[in-house]
Each structure stands twice: as C-alpha cells, then as structure tokens.
Design a protein around this ligand. Structure first.
Ligand SMILES: [Ca+2]
Ligand SMILES: [Ca+2]
Length: 138
C-alpha cells in the first residue's frame, strides 16, 4: 500500500498523502476559476475578455462596441475596454477581441476545465480496498 497518492496533480486536484486506513481526496471548490494564475488572467483579459468571465464572446465585443468612441476622462471611460492602451475605445480595440473571439482561458492555457474522473474512480477503488482491508484484518 503506497503511503502517498497524487491525484490529478495540476488538474484542479491537490496532492494528498494518506496513511493506511486514511484516504482524503481534496479538490478545488471551483477548478474552472482557481486554476489559471493571476498572470494568465491578466493576459487573457487583455486579449479581449473584458467582462472577465474566461471566455471571449459576444458579451465582450458588445461591451467594447457600446463604449466605441469613449476616451480617457469621459464619464463612461472604462480602461479595461481599451485593449491597445491608446486612451480611447475604438475599432482597433474591437478588432483585438474579434481576433481572439471564441477562445476560453482554460483551453488557451491548456488548463483542465472539467474534473478528470479517472483519478476519482481510482481513489474510490483505493478507498474501497482500504475499507475492506480494515474490516477483514482488524
Ligand atoms: Ca468574456
Ligand atoms: Ca484603444
């Protein structure tokens, strides 16, 4: 019986160790949001994910289109929409989001978006074996 089990490391699961008869499987509450680093989020937001939901889609291009013509200092100025950082929101900012349209942060950075169920099945199997072992050999 190994005393260390690494479950889906880097895919939303934290490595856990356990002793005989003790199995603990811990995974992130929300692997979709927890896995990208802050640097990856920053980069992705700057690629056109202006509403910061991890996907570049119509919601983002609509926000940029609605702010078209706004400039630094305007009441409705939102620097997050100024993707090329030139002090105004215009067609060039929209073009950046359109170029990256359809991307999501998980696929873009190769981060697992859904939990991988195989490690869970393996952990379940190990857990069952440990339970049976405790029952038979106590
Ligand atoms: Ca978005
Ligand atoms: Ca701009």
């Amino acid at each position: 019986m190994p005393n260390k089990l690494f479950i889906g490391e880097g895919e939303g699961f934290l490595p856990r160790s356990y002793g005989a008869g003790e199995v603990e499987v811990l995974h992130n509450e929300n692997p979709r949001l927890a896995d990208p680093t802050s640097a990856q989020w920053e980069e992705f937001w700057g690629m056109g994910d202006v509403n910061r939901d991890g996907v570049i889609d119509l919601k983002d291009t609509d926000l940029i289109a609605e702010a078209n013509g706004s400039r630094e200092g305007d009441a409705n100025w939102n620097p997050e929409l100024d993707l090329d950082h030139d002090g105004k929101v215009d067609i060039f900012d929209l073009a950046i989001a359109v170029r990256n349209f359809g991307l999501n942060i998980w696929d873009y950075f190769g981060i697992a978006r859904e939990p991988d169920y195989l490690p869970l099945l393996l952990a379940g199997g190990v857990f069952a074996v440990v339970l049976v072992g405790l029952f038979l050999f106590k």
